[in-house]
Design a protein around this ligand. Structure first.
Ligand code: LLP
Length: 435
């Protein structure tokens, strides 16, 4: 659910008319709803009450400092994957001490930074990484708290590029050899075995793979608790969101109308299935949700530049492109597109929705039907709050988009559109080219 809806035919985010945001700050601009993030966070936490729960927001989904501060204010910790993300947590006033550091390729410098910040756990993905963390911790005279990421070899049944829990993926240590990895870790003098972790993939729309994975690793987790006194079990993130009917799914009525058995995964279903498995462990349970918390909390505003009528095909050419929102080009992902001003009296338009970038892959949607639109009118891509801005690039020397946070009737620019000067600030023409 979310707080994007039409009020008198004008698309609003909470109590803000999005056309006002587009006019004031230009486009392309990402807009996030603080209340939607709050609701999602509280709903997920409520679905797992009774557990000793810590939500570590997977900030790779959206790492704007204002968004991070909002999460910190809600009581969230963070799941981070780089030194840069750690510095963002610190800059936003988040608690690094409650946060976890994941990723298959942590550098020595990143490990040092994380040790100094006192992160709650390093999520280790390989045996050489154990040795490296031990080495860096030894140099600093510290003990590094670690959890090994277990790869349970479960099919998450999601897009190939975002499935992570199969043995052919680069992630984690297979369950079959995990006991040896823990035994090896226990021998390192500068490591402290604090937990165990897994994450099987992203955008999961059924609960079965989560249950299968947890059930599979449960005996091993119990064993670790007995052998090493571990404190926590992180079950990762991965809860999916609604992309197809994104606007309608903002309202409870839409959920109620879904036929039983076809309703997309909800935190309540997730909680009801996992709580009975996790509660008896008597461990702290960590969740690492990214998309669920922010995905439907954000939209990308864009302006129509041209309607190009081709032979047998129309192209709606926007000022947003694959550099701003890469998911359609990269994963064939579907994002609903809606006009900021709805006019049901207009005829329908069937068109490919494209950006201005010089390649055919710069296409958001093929043969999409929406109301007739023309130059200067605004549209919004929905469900763009997760993996939108964070995956954006400057391809074609297009500046990074602006970001705005809404709360009730207030909205504020939380990231200014990039200027040409900052885009090229690190570049220079070397002396040997100057004639
Ligand atoms: N924990 C770990 C270890 C992860 O690798 C990820 C995501 C998460 C948590 C958060 O997963 P979520 O709750 O957001 O599903 N760029 C892709 C998604 C990549 C996900 C990578 N890992 C997309 O746009 O669909």
């Amino acid at each position: 659910m979310h707080h994007f809806r039409y009020v008198s035919h004008k698309l609003h985010c909470e109590d803000v008319d999005l056309a006002a945001v587009a006019q004031l700050h230009g486009t392309p601009t990402y807009v996030y709803s603080a209340q939607t993030i709050t609701d999602n966070y509280r709903r997920l936490a409520a679905s797992l009450t009774g557990l000793d729960l810590r939500i570590c927001y997977a900030m790779k989904a959206n790492s704007n400092l204002a968004v991070l501060r909002h999460f910190a204010n809600l009581g969230a910790a963070f799941d981070l994957v780089s030194g840069g993300e750690l510095r963002r947590v610190l800059a936003a006033g988040g608690r690094a001490q409650d946060s976890v550091f994941a990723g298959v390729g942590k550098t020595e410098a990143e490990i040092q930074l994380a040790l100094e910040a006192g992160v709650y756990g390093f999520h280790v993905e390989s045996e050489p990484e154990l040795a490296r963390i031990n080495h860096v911790a030894g140099q600093l005279g510290r003990k590094a708290p670690i959890a090994i990421r277990i790869n349970p070899n479960v099919d998450a049944k999601t897009h190939a590029k975002i499935t992570t829990g199969k043995s052919e993926n680069k992630f984690g240590i297979p369950l079959t050899v995990a006991a040896e990895a823990y035994a090896a870790a226990a021998k390192y003098p500068h490591l402290q075995l604090r937990g165990v972790q897994m994450h099987i993939g992203s955008q999961l729309t059924t609960v079965a793979p989560f249950v299968e994975a947890v059930e599979k690793v449960l005996p091993f987790v119990q064993q670790l608790k007995r052998d090493y006194g571990i404190q926590y079990f992180s079950v990762g993130g991965g809860l999916g969101i609604v992309y197809q009917d994104a606007l309608a799914s903002g309202a409870q009525a839409w959920w109620d109308a879904q036929p039983a058995g076809e309703r997309p995964l909800t935190p309540e279903v997730y909680g009801a299935a996992l709580k009975p498995l996790l509660a008896p462990l008597g461990l702290k349970i960590l969740l690492e949700p990214g998309r669920f918390l922010v995905g439907n909390s954000g939209v990308l505003l864009s302006r129509v530049e041209y309607l190009k009528r081709g032979s047998g095909k129309n192209f709606l050419i926007l000022d947003a492109a694959m550099n701003d929102l890469v998911r359609p080009a990269m994963y064939d992902a579907y994002h609903e597109l809606v006009p900021l001003v709805r006019d049901t009296a207009r005829p329908a338009l069937k068109a490919d929705i494209v950006g201005p970038i010089c390649e055919s892959g710069d296409c958001f949607a093929k043969d999409r039907t929406l109301q007739q639109l023309g130059e200067g009118e605004y549209v919004a891509f929905l469900s763009a709050g997760a993996y939108g801005y964070t995956m954006a690039s400057r391809y074609n020397t297009r500046a990074m988009a602006a970001e705005v946070l809404v709360s009730g009737a207030r909205f504020e620019l939380v990231n200014a559109r990039e200027s040409f000067e900052t885009m090229v600030a690190g570049e220079k023409i070397p002396g040997f080219l100057k004639t």
